[in-house]
Design a protein around this ligand. Structure first.
Ligand code: MOS
Length: 756
């Protein structure tokens, strides 16, 4: 891997339109449920109408009598055909096939199969279920909800110095509690699954952020060889974390297709998506900050609580981020989980950092107010180039440059610190800011690159384009490294027949896959160069192979010596040249690549390395306007400044940052899944009542990419950016609302009734 050495950069770093854009807008792009299978039967899910209890039995007579119905699956007739799914983190998840147990409202309890979708749906509504219901616990504070301290496992609690004593002795203290609501992803594409068996082998078409993970998990559930399962997910219509792990539906549909000996297609409804997939858990926080009168932090305590299902230990533990944002000699963190009768939560954009940084960055704003200090200055006083938890240096950390550039663009210097002082007619104006941070994760990946004598390349990698532009960055990287125009590069992704790549999550994917592609391309160049310099007859004979470049269909030596690709290629292959390469990032053992092939998660995380902590940083600035009479809140203006050493495609990078910021505004002001506390049932499980921002809610969103040097984070200098755009936005909005009104809202979302 040529270190830190970006190619002469024909494409990398310049805005490129999506290579798959035309296919997407013309409908040629096949999403999983668009894939063609012969004569599929249609599945419709029957979901539980109670949240806790048992199923005594089913009355299927009326459902079976609907014309076109082929079969109805329940735990009674197929329960022994699959084992429980294992999620990627946590110990267990809700499972629905193997017993009469109901864990949560909306759990899959039967699957109706019919010749048409309409017949399956009609019959599903005629399935009668005899429940033995128990009173469920919906959430925090519900009778029967069970709190426990999170077990140490994937995540860690931190204890540095003596935070309790330091807090008690602090000159200035801030002690506050915060909360964030349940949220659901609501990607446009639904949670579909299509299964087809042929000669004992199974093909699964399902939108996925990790096709190898889906393959490996399903193989375990069905007791099969992973190699006998093929997972296909060429395009994904939005994922945001919800398509990262296996859920119960996949095994149900696989079993259904095997039983019918016919392909089965499931396209569940949007409301079913609220309960058959994962979501962002509700959280609570207790933050204590101790500081000197001049603003230096002396104590930081952060305790979090997260709701999960009864059987799962799932948690996101964002204290791993909040503990390392500011210099502080005394740190104490703790995370608790609360079991309720809910479906199991999972990843959702910046899973740990979004809720936990809301708490920290709100508390920092409260501390700044208590100190009568500018909130940017408070962050400057407590900035550090050293990870406060481990003492390791940050590979790079340009937080204050982000604050300075963001502040300059925003006009922050014109802010009056006193709340309620900036007014424009009937509107109270408030300005807030917050730190954004996200670990610079990177995953293992493998890629195969094929080059033809005519100068066409094919790149194969089981990567995932979840809307982020992954097809495009892979094509850009291969085109630059092979010296080809981008339209001579074909990229194949999203299938478990391809070389493996890790989970498209944790902002790890672009860094992971582009390194593997660059390595394979470098292998192509090296093979051609070595053969050319060792030849007796070529123009490059005897030259140093490392000095030979490949560009424009020509191999070139340092003195202008040149050889056309067909001739160079003929020396190493009579047809095409194919190179396979694997990249295991620093911080992971070599066997991490094998884990990906087995479908397990492996990722070098921001704090998993010995030599440095690797994190991306940014600064968010938001203007809100609160109507003096109606208390309606608007967020007309936001500026986000983000540091990133290498931006591969500024066009799609901009979209990722901007999308995250928009989501942050929505999460602060609109978004929440409401739950009926008696029934433990979601009550706004549709996008009419689940509020996400529309164009009228979003005005000016300015994204600034702050240049940053980092040769340590990884050879190509890539810090992922899919998630950091949302981090800090919730707090920046809440801080701006305080500045406009003097009212501090500590529970999201912020609504009119909070400001009356
Ligand atoms: Mo993302 S929530 O890490 O898929």
């Amino acid at each position: 891997m040529p270190d830190g050495n970006l190619p002469d950069g024909k494409l990398i770093g310049r805005p490129a339109i999506r290579v798959d854009g035309r296919a997407k807008v013309t409908g040629r792009a096949r999403y999983a449920s668009d894939e063609v299978v012969a004569n599929p039967a249609h599945a419709f899910l029957v979901t539980s109408s109670i949240a806790r209890g048992r199923i005594r039995g089913f009355d299927l007579a009326a459902a079976r009598a609907v014309p076109g119905v082929l079969d109805i699956l329940t735990h009674e007739n197929v329960g022994d055909e699959a084992r429980k799914p294992k999620p990627m983190s946590g110990e267990d998840t809700t499972t629905t096939l193997e017993s009469d147990r109901v864990w949560h409202d909306g759990q899959i309890i039967a699957v109706v199969l019919a010749d048409s979708f309409e017949a399956a749906r009609e019959a599903a509504h005629k399935v009668r279920v005899d429940y033995e219901a128990e009173a469920p616990a919906a959430t925090f504070g519900s009778p029967g909800a069970q709190e426990e301290v999170r077990k140490e496992g994937e995540h860690h609690d931190y204890r540095v110095g003596d935070a309790e004593a330091a807090f008690a002795a602090a000159e200035v203290r801030l002690d506050a509690r915060y909360g964030t609501p349940t949220q659901h992803h609501n990607a446009i594409e639904l949670f579909t699954t299509t299964c087809e068996w042929r000669d004992g082998k199974l093909t699964v078409y399902e939108p996925s952020q990790f096709v190898y993970g889906l393959r490996g998990s399903l193989a375990k559930q069905l007791g099969m060889e992973a190699g006998d399962i093929h997972v296909v997910s060429r395009f994904v219509g939005g994922a945001f974390g919800a398509k990262g792990g296996i859920t119960a539906r996949t095994a149900w549909i696989a079993v259904a297709a095997r039983r019918l000996n016919r392909p089965v297609r499931l396209v569940p409804t949007r409301d079913q998506g609220f309960t058959i997939a994962t979501y962002r858990a509700e959280t609570r926080h207790h933050v204590q900050l101790g500081a000197t009168r001049d603003g230096k932090l002396t104590a930081f305590r952060h305790e979090g609580w997260e709701v999960t299902s009864r059987p799962s230990q799932y948690n996101v533990s964002g204290t791993e981020t909040t503990a390392r944002i500011y210099r502080c000699p005394n740190i104490l963190t703790k995370v608790n989980i609360v079991h309720a009768d809910r479906n199991t939560p999972g990843f959702m954009r910046a899973p740990p950092d979004t809720p936990y940084m809301f708490a920290l960055e709100s508390a920092m704003d409260e501390l700044a107010a208590a100190l009568d200090m500018d909130p940017v200055e408070l962050r400057r006083i407590n900035d550090t180039q050293t990870d406060p938890v481990t003492g390791k240096p940050y590979s790079s950390r340009s937080l204050m440059r982000c604050f300075d550039e963001g502040a300059a663009h925003f006009g922050w210097a014109g802010r009056d610190r006193r709340p309620g002082t900036m007014r424009d007619g009937d509107w109270l104006v408030g300005w807030g800011c917050a730190t954004a941070a996200y670990p610079a994760n990177i995953g293992p990946a493998a890629a195969r690159v094929t080059l033809t004598p005519e100068g066409r390349a094919r790149v194969q990698i089981a990567a995932h384009d979840i809307g982020n532009g992954a097809y495009t960055v892979v094509a850009m990287m291969a085109a630059d490294r092979l010296g080809l125009p981008i339209d001579k590069v074909v990229v194949e992704m999203g299938g478990s027949e391809l070389p493996a790549a890790g989970l498209a999550a944790g902002s790890s994917h672009t860094a992971g896959i582009t390194h593997a592609v660059a390595k394979a391309c470098e292998g192509v160049r090296a093979r051609l160069a070595e053969a050319a310099v060792l030849s007796n007859d070529g123009a490059l004979a005897g030259l140093d192979p490392a000095a030979v470049t490949l560009a424009g269909g020509t191999l070139r030596g340092p003195g202008g010596e040149a050889e056309e690709l067909p001739k160079a290629l003929a020396r190493v292959a009579s047809g095409v040249l194919e190179v396979y390469a694997e990249n295991v990032p620093q911080g992971l053992p070599p066997e991490a690549m094998g884990k990906i092939y087995e479908g397990q998660m492996a990722m070098s995380r921001g704090h998993s390395r010995e030599d440095a902590t690797t994190y991306a940083f940014g600064a968010q600035f938001v203007e809100v306007r609160v109507h003096a009479l109606t208390r309606e809140v608007r967020a007309p203006r936001a500026v986000g400044a983000f540091a990133s050493p290498t931006i591969i495609n500024p066009l799609t990078a901009h979209s990722q940052y901007m999308g995250g910021m928009i989501w942050g505004i929505g999460a602060a002001l609109h978004e929440a899944t409401e739950i009926d506390p008696q029934a433990a049932r979601y009550t706004n499980d549709n996008i009419a009542e689940y509020l996400i921002p529309v164009n009228a809610d979003v005005r000016s969103i300015e994204v600034i990419m702050v240049p940053e040097e980092d040769s340590q984070v990884n050879p190509l200098g890539i810090k992922g950016l899919g998630e950091i755009g949302i981090v800090g936005m919730n707090a920046a909005v809440a801080n701006a609302v305080w500045h406009a009104t003097g009212t501090r809202v500590r529970d999201l979302p912020i609504r009119i009734e909070d400001l009356l």
